[in-house]
Design a binder for this molecule. Structure first.
Ligand code: GDP
Ligand code: MG
Length: 240
């Protein structure tokens, strides 16, 4: 018998004391109604608010929840540490704001019986963006065009914060992840392609959350730098 829970949810969290409590509450309700074993791993790096204390406190009454704390900033390094620590047969990365409500997790798990990765997409048939300002969508589309051109042709939405992995894909991808910031998603998909893993895009209904840790201009430029570095690493044979 496997000791592993069926599902690990990994949540990167930076200064999420306001958004995370409601997300965790709904997640707990959702997972409590499922028949499979699970764990929830929150990865905090140097939040300056009460995120860590809040998670610790919530975990006292919820044994499946645990907090990982690391010193270095960045969403990419946080999900890397979280995914490598996660024990589940399946691992799902979820943003703290749950802009994709937890009840949309089920199709990801089903698809992971057939595919190595199942990634949320806010583009294309069946998906919907609720409340997103036009200019943010447009910036996202421009970024996606560049990402497709530079690194991973074919993916309509690399940046959505909800991505599912089988154990095999976690073990192939996360040890090799080098991007510590928001560009890590592109590296994940680049490596998936490189290692011949299958990826399915899952259309979701996504609710825009105005509160953001992303600075649209500064972080977009950084991410483009990261995308170029991924291509460079690939060309140098860094990924094996
Ligand atoms: N641990 C950690 N999480 C981060 C960091 N930066 C962003 N996040 C998390 O990444 C997720 C997405 O951030 P969010 O502000 O919702 O980005 P947006 O939806 O693209 O505007 C949230 O769960 C954030 O808390 C970071 O430096 N460290
Ligand atoms: Mg968000």
């Amino acid at each position: 018998m496997s000791e592993r829970p069926h599902l690990s949810i990994v949540i990167p969290a930076y200064n999420e004391q306001h958004r995370l409590p409601a997300s965790l509450e709904r997640l707990r309700e959702y997972l409590g109604e499922r028949r499979y074993g699970y764990e929830v791993v929150v990865v905090d790096n140097a939040s300056t608010d009460a995120t860590a204390a809040m998670v610790q406190q919530t975990a006292e009454g919820w044994p499946q929840l645990r907090l990982l704390s690391i010193a270095e900033r960045g969403k990419g390094i946080a999900v890397k540490v979280g995914a490598l620590e996660a024990k589940g047969e399946l691992v799902m990365l979820c943003d703290a704001d749950f802009s994709m409500p937890a009840d949309q997790i089920a199709p990801f798990l089903l698809l992971l019986e057939q595919y190595d990765l199942a990634i949320a997409t806010r583009e294309g048939v069946g998906s919907k963006r609720v409340g997103e300002p036009q200019y943010r969508h447009l910036m996202g589309r421009v970024f996606n065009g560049l990402v497709r051109f530079l690194a991973v042709p074919g993916f309509q939405d690399t940046q959505c914060g909800f991505k599912g992995f089988t154990r095999r894909s976690v073990e192939a991808i996360f040890p090799r992840l080098t991007v510590h910031g928001f560009g890590f998603d592109v590296e994940v998909l680049y490596l998936a392609r490189r290692y011949g893993l299958s990826v399915v895009e899952v259309p979701i209904v996504w609710f825009y959350q105005a509160d953001s840790r992303v600075d649209p201009w500064r972080d977009t430029l950084r991410m483009l730098g990261d995308v170029l570095r991924v291509r460079w690493n690939g060309a140098r044979g860094q990924y094996g």
